[in-house]
Structures are given as structure tokens and as C-alpha cells.
Ligand binder design. Sequence first.
Ligand code: Q46
Ligand code: ZN
Ligand code: ZN
Length: 317
Amino acid sequence: MKCKKCGMKASVNMRQHKLALCRDHYLEWVPEQTERFIKKYEMFTRDEKILVAVSGGKDSLALWDILTRLGYRADGLYLGLGIDGGIGYSHASQRLAEKFAHEHDLKLHAVDIEKEYGQSIPVLSEMSHRGHGKPCAVCGLTKRHEMNRIARDLGYDVLATGHNLDDEAAVLFGNTLMWDANYLLRQGPVLPATEGLARKVKPLCRFYEREMTAYCLLRGIEYIYEECPFAEGSTSIYYKELLNQLETARPGAKLTFYLRFLEARKSGDLFVEKNVGQAHLHPCPKCGQPTSAPGLCSFCRMIEKVNSMEGVPGSSS
Ligand code: Q46
Ligand code: ZN
Ligand code: ZN
């Protein structure tokens, strides 16, 4: 297989694009494409301050690297979740995020959930009895809340996450299976800013996961290979496997699934009723983020509940 641009030996072959590229041309192609998506979906400009959510995994580090190479003003945010899982998951991922920041002379904000709220994610999850024994519900809630809070407190215009096409297609698949109008109408590369919340963008949403793996390998970016130990057996991984089977049989199916959805949503004929998705929102009295829950937002309610409890995790029943 030869590079389409220079005829040298290709390093990456993208069947869905009918495109093979050598290392150098691949490392040029990825930022070019990212820039195209940033413009197409009007994600942000070079004057805006961007906060990149960095987990130490390949996607977020690749995103940070690409935005920096493109000349955007992007700082990083690492959230210490306190997850060990026998592999020191949080420690290892933080170390890699810090190493990347250091090597590229970038600014990384690190926030430790346990220091901030008194408990790690697994303990918060146990004590709050949310999520049926898996910490992912509490983890997701906390990450969203903290990313929003820090972006607002530190005056960032945009919050960027490293979600790739495989992530987005899996979420879309799940939402479609449930015909969840609320989620479907809000899913996309850009979630506009609202009162109290920064704009959220996903500049990598059109790249396959394997394209990001290839980018990190060819760029020499060291990232955490292990998944979070709690990810095992999750529904989203199961959906990704199903979509991978589909992709093997029909290269490009995943991308088409996602892009056709975006087109349908944009044209406004995804759902006839236009008012779904406009849940009634009011600012949480404690943190000020918009919420549809009565009184405090779900996050602040969880923290209040946990802080009002006594004794060791799991001792209450
Ligand atoms: S939600 Fe669940 Fe992830 Fe949090 S606990 Fe791990 S797997 S990190 S994306
Ligand atoms: Zn080439
Ligand atoms: Zn709140």
C-alpha cells in the first residue's frame, strides 16, 4: 500500500476514506481535517480560550496536541477521580497527562475530586447509592459538573473533549435504540453555551478510534493503554463491538450513521415536534448551573447527601 500523496510506503490505511498515507502525510492530514471540522461546525476561533478535558488517554492527549499544533490557545484540565482498580489507574493517567503538559510546555489544571469533595468517585458512588453498584453514573455526573464549574470559574470560552467517532456512534446507537428525543436533539459536535455553562465541542467526532491510536503512535504520544477498570462490560463497549462488526462488513457504516444523523438533525426533520428537548431549567441555588431538578442540581444534592452521612462507606442502609 502506497501513500496517496507521495507514493512512499503507507503507514495508515483508511478503508472508509479509500485513503492510505505515510507517516508524515498522516500527521499532516489529521490536523488539517480537525481544522476543517472546527470551521465547519463553528466550534471556536483562535481568539477564544479553550479548556481541554484531558484524561491521559489517547483521544484527549491527541486532541490537545492537535489544537496546540494548529495554534489554538488550549489549556488542559485533569480530574483526579481516585480510581485504582488494582492498576493505579488514576495515578498512572495523571502522570501521563502531566508528562505531556510538561514536555509541551502547556498549562494543566489538576483537580482532585477527593480533595475537593471529601471522597473519591468510587466512595461517592457507594455512599450516595447511585448507579447500581457501578460508579459510572456518579463519575459522569461529577465530571460534567466539574468541567462546567472550572471552565466557568477560570473564564474559558469553550470546553473541548476528545470524543471520537466510535464514542459518538455508540452513544447515538444507544439513544436511537431508546428513541430518546431529548438526547438525540442535543447530541452533536457543538453544544452551544447556555446561562452558566461554557460551549462544549468535540473536534475529533469524525475520526475513528483507530485513527487516533495511529496518530498517538506516529506522534510518539505516550498515553494510558488500560481502560478505566469500571468500563469493563459496559453497554457502550458492547455497542462499540456491534458497530465494529457492522463496520467490518461495510467500511464507512459508522461514519455514515453519524453524519446522516447530523444532517437529519440540522434540517429539522428528525422529529416533527419541535419543543422536545426544551426541558424546564432553572439555576441550582448552590452552584448556579442550570438544572431541571427541583431545588438543588443532582450533583449538589448528591454531595449534600454524602456529607450529611456518618460512618464508613457502605455502612448505612
Ligand atoms: S465513567 Fe465509569 Fe468512565 Fe468513570 S468510572 Fe471509569 S468507566 S472513568 S468514561
Ligand atoms: Zn506520503
Ligand atoms: Zn448545583
